[in-house]
Design a protein around this ligand. Structure first.
Ligand code: CUA
Length: 270
């Protein structure tokens, strides 16, 4: 009975390990770091789990008929061993996690508030009850929605949309106009609080073209569940053309007022 349950547990753990290990190319540098750490920690957790379960089962079977429990005798060698083993495991877990947590693609640092320069891709995500304004401050693009994005991948999408190129650093600055929201794109490994009066920046390098669903990840009122947005990752060429199309119409003009001009030709391929 116990052995069967252990077998199932073992199969599940090995299965998830193999699945995580053979996962396809990572969609972003951030997701890559997080997923790799997950696999590394599984490699530690699985043997520990198997060992503990084995000791437990062995003990239960061996002593199940003992009438009278005897007090444990001191065993210094054993105590030293398990203290050192635990310390080694925790050191590995700590070092591996710190390496990921300290990476600028995972954790926001104060430097990033100044970081994005003209060559970087920079999107500003302004949250409010209950939606998002997606702006490209350097390009004078404001409140971008899928309906006005003339990129093939964005066809059929709705609502606030971010278009970014594959293969270069992208900065997302997020803030809020009212209560605390949170910008969350699970598949890209991105999550950052949107806080009124505060500008938080996260950075990643998208590695795979595609459409990624974004959510608000902080309960912010009755419309919380409606706060969806899209992140469309396209090739550099498509991105350049997209920016060109968005900024073409007017000098310093607001792109939303000219969106009808852009409805025209067939979508670009991503
Ligand atoms: Cu905005 Cu939840």
């Amino acid at each position: 009975m116990k052995g069967k349950r252990l077998g199932t547990l073992f199969a599940a753990l090995v299965g998830s390990l193999l699945f995580a290990g053979t996962a396809a190319a990572q969609p972003s540098s951030t997701a890559g770091l997080i997923n790799e750490l997950n696999v590394e920690l599984l490699w530690v957790a699985v043997p520990v789990t198997i060992f503990v379960e084995a000791v437990l089962i062995y003990t239960v079977l061996k002593f199940k008929d003992a009438d009278e429990a005897k007090p444990t005798k001191e065993n210094r060698r054993l105590e030293v061993t398990w203290t050192i083993a635990t310390a080694v495991i925790l050191l590995f877990v700590g070092a591996a996690s710190y390496g990921v947590l300290a990476d600028p693609a995972v954790t926001h640092t104060k430097d990033m508030e100044i970081a994005p320069d003209e060559n970087d891709v920079h999107v500003e995500a302004v949250a409010y009850q209950w939606n998002w304004r997606m702006n490209y401050p350097e390009h004078n693009i404001t409140e971008l929605t899928a309906e006005e994005v003339n990129v093939k991948r964005a066809q059929g999408l709705e609502g606030p949309t971010i278009v970014v190129p594959k293969g270069q650093q992208v900065y997302f600055t997020t803030t809020s106009e009212d209560v605390i929201h949170s910008m969350h794109v699970p598949k890209l490994g991105l999550k950052q609080d949107s806080i009124p009066g505060q500008r938080n920046t996260i950075m990643t390098t998208p590695l795979k073209t595609g459409v990624y669903q974004g959510y608000c990840a902080e309960y912010c009122g009755v419309g919380h569940s409606r706060m969806y947005f899209n992140v469309v990752v396209v090739t550099q060429d498509t991105y350049d053309t997209f920016i060109e199309n968005q900024t073409q119409p007017a000098s310093g003009g607001n792109s939303t007022s000219t969106s009808s001009d852009l409805a025209a030709p067939s979508g670009l391929t991503a």
